[in-house]
Design a protein around this ligand. Structure first.
Ligand code: NAD
Ligand code: TDX
Length: 336
């Protein structure tokens, strides 16, 4: 099987590439990634042992000529992970989000059509459904009601993908997953931010009252679900992915501090994120019943391994948490 993966140097894309290379000896992957601040080739060190089965191309998914040239020899499928993915950054400036997440998806869809690519998988998010109160869960039938510029750009991309199925009969699938955690997550996101700040005895900035709820899933369980959807999903369908694991933010932060034997006095309640979604909870029963997926990594074990991974890969995140990252950090957290 020949695949083109976009955004394969990011957190989830790199985990997916490593999983596919390891699981299927006949899989060959072209990885198109712009290496923005969030992309890191070091995430794919372990791909070196697979030689030419993984080919990295630095480039932009909005670059139509480049995408066309890469699709000349017709991969079997394109899996689109490439995105601007951080909600807070989309609040500071949404232009890159619209460019990559919306325009980039359109460029990929058109190129796939021109070159007769058999399958297109769009990696989307639970955030397109908006926010829940204390009750209920998101099913695939929920209306799209995004609240952040990031979520709005992902919802727009989902609608474009859907339209290429309805209008052109393209074989497309959309996966919508809840919050991921695990190795190689960029330390701007809640879990790695709190782990790395705690190691440095820096403050842990908790937004609002800390009682917003996210539904956490280990990145490897997410990647297994994408693999199943790619191979067995029904064309035109949307699949929710989630592990039924709702946790308030403050509980996660306290758990990390306890695990690292750091004091709770490091917690700093800061000004809330504007438009902060209160609660996400995914109903993934379609994926479970139709494709036989279920999560394998329980949260306690997954978190222990993740904290250990960040402790053992201090060089990886210390390099990231310098330079350009600090400029963002100081700007976003200045009045928080
Ligand atoms: P990430 O920010 O870690 O990685 C994004 C990757 O895309 C980076 O390697 C970056 O260099 C690349 N990229 C950005 N713009 C590009 C462009 N114009 N052309 C080519 N490459 C570009 O993101 P992630 O957390 O790995 O998320 C991957 C996908 O999964 C995203 O589409 C995101 O919306 C979705 N998702 C993420 C989560 C989560 O919890 N992280 C949950 C559900 C869905
Ligand atoms: O400093 C912080 N303090 C804090 O309290 C940060 C960075 C976050 N938070 C809160 C906000 C959220 O309630 O923690 C929760 C998780 O925040 P993020 O890690 O930024 O994730 P979230 O906004 O939930 O979005 C994530 O899940 C869905 C990913 O970043 C998206 O790419 C994915 O689509």
């Amino acid at each position: 099987m020949k695949l083109m993966v976009t955004g394969g140097c990011g957190f989830i894309g790199s985990n997916f590439i490593l999983r596919m290379l390891e699981s299927y000896p006949d899989v060959r992957i072209v990885n198109l990634d712009l290496l923005t601040y969030a992309g890191n080739l070091e995430n794919l060190q372990d791909a070196k042992k697979y030689g030419q089965r993984h080919i990295f191309v630095r480039g932009d998914i909005t670059d139509m000529d480049l995408v066309d040239s890469l699709l000349q020899d017709g991969p079997d499928a394109v899996i689109n992970f490439a995105a601007e993915s951080h909600v807070d950054r989309s609040i500071m400036d949404s232009s890159a989000f619209v460019r990559t997440n919306v325009l980039g998806t359109q460029v990929l869809l058109d190129a796939c059509r021109r070159h007769g690519v058999k399958r297109f998988v769009q990696i989307s998010t639970d955030e397109v459904y908006g926010s829940l109160g204390s009750e209920g869960v998101f099913t695939e039938m929920n209306p799209l009601a995004p609240n952040s510029p990031y979520a709005a750009s992902k919802a727009a991309a989902d609608l474009l993908v859907r339209s290429y199925h309805k209008t052109f009969g393209m074989d497309v699938l959309i996966t919508r997953c809840s919050n991921n955690y695990g190795p190689f997550q960029f330390p701007e996101k809640l879990i790695p931010l709190m782990i790395t700040n705690a190691v440095c005895d820096s403050r842990l900035p908790v937004y609002g009252d800390g009682l917003n709820v996210r539904d956490w899933i280990h990145v490897q369980d997410h990647c297994r679900a994408i693999d199943l959807v790619l191979r067995k999903g029904s064309s035109g369908e949307v699949y929710n992915i989630g592990a039924e694991n709702e946790v308030p933010n403050l509980e996660i932060v306290r758990h990390i501090l306890k695990r690292l034997e750091k004091p709770e006095s490091l917690i700093k309640f800061v000004k809330d994120r504007p438009g902060h979604d209160r609660r996400y909870a995914m109903d993934a029963s379609k994926l479970r019943t139709e494709l036989g997926w279920k999560p394998r990594i329980d949260f306690q074990t997954g978190m222990d391994e993740t904290v250990l991974w960040y402790l053992e890969h201090e060089e990886w995140w210390r390099r990231i948490k310098s330079g350009q990252y600090m400029t963002y950090y100081e700007e976003w957290y200045a009045d928080r």
